[in-house]
Design a protein around this ligand. Structure first.
Ligand code: MN
Ligand code: MN
Length: 325
């Protein structure tokens, strides 16, 4: 099976089915290193629903992206990694717990075949489904979490424990992540309680607020991320509301005063040497996106950057030290 994207120099971008980056659709998982999987559930959304439309909106804008990544030494991601688009998990609209179970099963199909899941949300609660599948194979993983919210509240709405605001408390309780290797970056905005940030630290997370991020500088934050995650298996989760709503309006719960698209991309591009066994880009809500689909384009770009990070780490592991960039 060919695992190269359609060449946009030969076939215009608007021709054909919009798989992620014009990659082939997965007909088999054999031989794949990574696969795109849509997790189109917004049944965990406390506020703006519509992230169920996120995966296909992100795919539609991803036709803009080219295979070579200049920020990691002109690496051609698809010469290093065999990647295909595995379509979407099934869900039951309005039924959060049932949808989590279905999505976990779909991600587990990839993980159990040795394929790295590259997930597109969906509201942020879909990360719990992906983490359950990933941890089942790899054990507790380090979590690298970009978000303007901690998502470590205990429950919403009369004790409901599963939502886009609670999954990173559930993930610790379920032993899916190792808090001592986990970090949350970008927290900002108004709070429910004064303890909204310290509740994450009490669970064992390292927290870098948005203000601290800019005080430290992006390069230092990237270094701290790599130091915290170490060489063990890690999982990255990127909530698009990490980015300022001027650059990413199409999200569930926007927070003013975040990094620009340029700053967010710069941070991701500076993270090196971590071993991602899965990642997600979540909370794309195309119903609130701008007419140019700028949030979808940014989400697609972030996803491609995580793929390039995986390719770079893979390449460094397989080349001799003198060949390292
Ligand atoms: Mn958020
Ligand atoms: Mn979130």
């Amino acid at each position: 099976m060919s695992v190269l994207p359609v060449d946009s120099l030969s076939t215009p971008r608007f021709v054909g089915l919009p798989s992620f980056m014009r990659l082939p659709l997965a007909t088999s998982l054999a031989g794949l290193d990574a696969a795109i999987i849509g997790l189109p559930s917004d049944s965990g959304a406390p506020y703006r629903t519509g992230a169920r439309f996120g995966p296909n909106a992100l795919r539609a804008m991803s036709v803009m992206l080219r295979p070579i990544n200049p920020s990691r030494g002109n690496i051609n991601v698809f010469e290093v990694l065999k990647v295909a688009d595995a379509g979407d998990a099934n869900v039951v609209p309005g039924y959060e717990i049932e949808s989590l179970a279905l999505m976990e099963r779909s991600v587990a199909t990839l993980v159990d075949a040795g394929v790295i899941p590259c997930a597109i949300g969906g509201d942020h609660s879909v990360s719990l489904a992906a983490l359950r599948a990933v941890a089942h194979r790899h054990g507790p993983v380090g979590l690298i979490h970009f978000d303007s919210h901690t998502d470590t509240w205990d429950s919403y709405f009369d004790g409901k424990r599963y939502s886009a605001g609670t999954m990173f408390r559930r993930a610790v309780e379920e032993g899916l992540i190792d808090p001592s290797r986990s970090i949350q970056i970008g927290l900002r905005g108004s709070l429910f309680q004064p303890t909204d940030v310290s509740q994450s630290e009490d669970l064992g997370y390292r927290v870098i607020t948005c203000d601290e991020m800019f005080d430290l500088g992006l390069r230092e934050v990237a270094r701290l991320v790599a130091e915290r995650a170490g060489r063990g298996p890690s999982y990255a989760s990127f909530d698009l509301d990490f980015v300022d709503p001027a650059f990413a309006p199409g999200v569930q719960t926007p927070e003013c005063g975040g990094p620009s698209a340029r700053e967010a991309l710069a941070l991701v591009r500076m993270i090196r040497g971590v071993t991602l066994v899965g990642f997600d880009v979540v909370e794309l809500n195309p119903l609130y996106d701008g007419p140019g689909q700028i949030t979808a384009l940014l989400g697609a770009t972030i996803l491609a950057e995580f793929l390039a990070l995986i390719a770079e780490t893979r390449l460094q592991a397989t080349t001799s030290p003198q060949n390292k960039p």
